[in-house]
Every structure is written in C-alpha cells, then in structure tokens.
Design a protein around this ligand. Structure first.
Ligand SMILES: [Fe+2]
Length: 452
C-alpha cells in the first residue's frame, strides 16, 4: 500500500533524519591528508523537511537543503548549510516568499549544477533556483526565458562545446517532455517537444556525441494520487511498454526511433557514447545505466520496493533496430558518476555507490569498463555513503586519475557526517582523508564539485 499512515516514515529516521540548524563553521578537523590540489567546494543537496511532514511524506518531496564543504591548500576551510528558499520552505521558516508558488511539488532538493555564471538547485518538473556563493537563494529562474515549463535535475554538459542538453518536463495541464539545448552561457539554442507513450516520469536522459537518448518507462503519473494530495504522484504501471528513444542531434524531432527494452526503471545514466564503423557512420550507441526491475509499486513513498538497482549496459544497435541488454554488475548500487571530461564520449571508468554490501554497510565501486575489473572499498558496518563525485587530479590528467569525494554517516555517530576523499586509482586503500563535519549530512541525492 501507499506507506503506513501511523508509523513515522523510514525516510525521516537514521541517515534520513533532518537537521534543524543552518551552520557556518571554519577550520574543520581532518584525519589523514587532503590533496593540496583540491581547491574548491563540494556542494551536496537533498531533502530535509523544515517542519515535521505529515503522514504522507515522500522522500522525493522534502524541502531541499544545500551543504557546502570547502577545501583549499590541504585544509578543510568551511562547512555551511542552507535550505533553498522555495515559497514553501520560506513560509515554514517565517520568511516572506520571493517567488509565486509553482503549481506542483517544488522542493529544490535533487541536484546542483552550474549553468553559465550561475549555480542552480534543480528538481525535475519545476524550475531551477539560483544560488549565490554564500548559499543564499536568489530566486526561481527560467534561464532567461528559455524554459517553458519544468526543467530536469540531470542536465548533460557536452565537455567539448560546453553545451547543456536537458530533457525537461512538467506536470502542469498534462505531463510533457521538452528537450532543451543551451549554449555554455545558458542561452537557449533550441527546444522541442518529445512525445512519450503516456505520462511517464523522466528523471534522466542520455547524451552521446551525436545522439539524444530518452527513456519512456512504466512509472506513470497517476491523477488519482495527485488528487489525493501525494506530491510525487507516480505509480508502476506494468502495461506501459519500456522503450528507449534515440534521435540524432539536430535531426527533426519526428525522426526519433523508439526501441523496446525489458521492463524496468532507470533514474540515472552513467554515460552514453557512439560507436562508429570504418565509414564513420554510427552503428551503435552504448548507454550505461543503473536499472531497477520496478519501482513505486508496493511503496510510493520512495525507492523502497525490493528490486535492487544494478549496473547495466544498453547497446543500442541502430542497424538492427534493437537494444542488447547486458548486466555489468549485480551488486546493489546507485548514483553513477564518471570523469565528466568524458561525458558523451567513450568512457573507461564508472563510479557508483554500493548501497548495501555484504556486511550491511556501504561503499564505493570503481568499474573498469574496458579492463572488465572493478575495485571497491566498504566503510564500516552501519555506514551510509553518498554519491561520490569525481574530481580530476589536474585538467590534463588521464581519465580516472583523480579523487572521489562524498559524505558518509555512521549509526555509531549519528549526529555527524564525514567528508571522505579517496584516490580513484587506489580506492581499495580507503580514504586518504576524512573531514569531520559539525553535523549530519542527511542522505541526499546529488552534488558537484565547484573548482576555484
Ligand atoms: Fe537523480
């Protein structure tokens, strides 16, 4: 059923328990040695309800909170956290909202992304919130009029051109998907609608050097749930076919090809790239994803169904018009990241967070997708690990040479989290540095490294 109406939600306990204070702390204690070349801030975001939510709490709808961890010269010089001032969060904090209410759920809790000279807190189905260097909310932003509805939590940057490609959608009137292309400064280059086979949820998309890739999967908008007041009104509908759409970048939108895949759900793309034949024509698109068999079926309060997320490769054979599905790794994992300098191009390494290892703890997985091996590190039993963000050791370092940054939380010290830094080439050695943070960083979704 739709979650218990009497017990406190599991999405508010343990690593999910919200923090109540907005803090600013200077020099933080470090165990180990922080790489001195790491100069910048790790920004992370996730749900952190301002006030205790009602019985129908859905994890994806909690008010967004930003956490900044700043490193420079081998020191951890700042921790700071702030709620994003959406209208709902502002009212709960006793502040005057600066924006009008968005018609649907607008928590600003899912991702942090730099567009042009701005930094934005993102959630799908609504518009970004611009954040300043002090983590203050400057307001909801339609990117200079580029957005005609909701945006996405997962834009993709083409590292060569700097272009930003994003499959935005919203739930106003009827669910609708719009593909956006922005230049490196955030100026709109093009946008067009993408027709799905129904009101499907779309959390992420794929971008290769020459193609867009969309997912049309059986998690559908449910008007009954929306009318009943569920802010994330989606339900698994197994009759809806699972399809992957591909379109050459720049081709007319009606040239999209939809190819069937096994029933399943994908929140996140690791990366996608084209494989060309000797004549230069693209024959295959490789799209690496984390795939669930189903989701929001028995439990619509969060990803709580007993179907583990695992790493899969979809090889989209453009000549045969079919998708070859290969499981890369069966361990329970999510939050796929790459060395973003290789976004939309052939990647060798993929990084994921192992959610539940053999000891009931969690850790970091490094997948060598050319060599076929993987490396891993498990934190102590009872630890929960966030998404790990890859930061290259230098701008011109080879792929995979760099650092993995994320946060951990342990049931043995529930009021704190650590910022952990691992050498991505020697992940099995464990963290080279742990920074003790002054409070818990609750389980969140995504983040990014802002250099400088
Ligand atoms: Fe996500």
């Amino acid at each position: 059923m739709c979650g218990s109406m009497s017990e406190p939600s599991a999405w508010l306990r343990g690593v999910h328990e919200p923090v109540k204070a907005e803090l600013d702390h200077g020099d933080l204690p470090v165990e180990g040695a922080l790489p001195p070349e790491l100069c910048g801030s790790l920004l992370r975001i996730g749900p952190n309800p301002v006030t205790p939510p009602g019985a129908r709490y859905q994890w994806f709808a909690g008010d967004g909170m930003l956490h900044e961890m700043r490193l420079e010269g081998g020191r951890a010089t700042r921790y700071r956290n702030r709620w994003v001032r959406t209208p709902a969060a502002s009212r709960q904090l006793g502040e005057a909202p600066r924006d009008l209410d968005w018609p649907t759920s607008d928590p600003a809790n899912t991702n942090v992304f730099r567009i042009g000279d701005g930094v934005f807190a993102l959630t799908e189905t609504c518009q970004p919130y611009r954040i300043d260097a002090e983590l203050r909310t400057l307001g909801r932003d339609d990117l200079g009029g580029a957005l005609i509805g909701g945006f996405t939590a997962h834009p993709h940057r083409d590292p060569r051109s700097g272009e930003i490609h994003a499959a935005g959608y919203d739930l106003n009137d009827e669910p609708r998907l719009t593909q956006y292309v922005l230049d490196a400064s955030g100026k709109l280059l093009s946008r067009f609608p993408v027709e799905l086979g129904g009101p499907a949820a779309v959390h992420d998309s794929g971008l290769s050097e020459r193609h867009w890739i969309w997912y049309d999967l059986p998690l559908l908008y449910d008007a009954g749930l929306a009318a009943a007041g569920w802010p994330v009104p989606y339900r698994w509908k197994p009759d809806h076919p699972s399809r992957v759409g591909v379109l050459e970048r720049g081709a007319p939108p009606d040239a999209v090809r939809w190819l069937e895949v096994s029933p399943g759900w994908v929140f996140h793309t690791l990366n996608a790239y084209d494989v060309a034949g000797p004549d230069g024509a693209v024959r295959e698109i490789v799209c690496d994803v984390v795939r669930f068999e189903r989701i929001f079926d028995a439990d619509i309060t969060g990803p709580g169904d007993p179907y583990p997320p695992q790493l899969w490769r979809w090889r989209i054979d453009l000549e045969a018009g079919r998708v070859i599905e290969e499981q890369i790794d069966a361990r329970v994992q999510e939050f796929p990241r790459i060395d973003s300098r290789f976004g939309s191009r052939r990647h060798r390494f993929g990084y994921t967070t192992e959610l539940f290892d053999a000891s009931g703890g969690s850790g970091v997985l490094v997948h060598d997708l050319e060599g076929g091996a993987s490396a891993s590190y498990s934190f102590e039993p009872g630890t929960r690990t966030s998404e790990m963000v890859f930061v290259p050791a230098a701008d011109d370092a080879p792929e995979g040479e760099g650092w993995l940054l994320g946060t951990t939380w342990s049931a043995s010290a529930p009021d704190h989290s650590d910022l952990v830094v691992l050498d991505a080439t020697r992940v099995g050695d464990g963290p080279v540095a742990r920074v003790r943070l002054p409070q818990r960083v609750p389980a969140g979704f995504h983040g990014d490294w802002l250099a400088g």
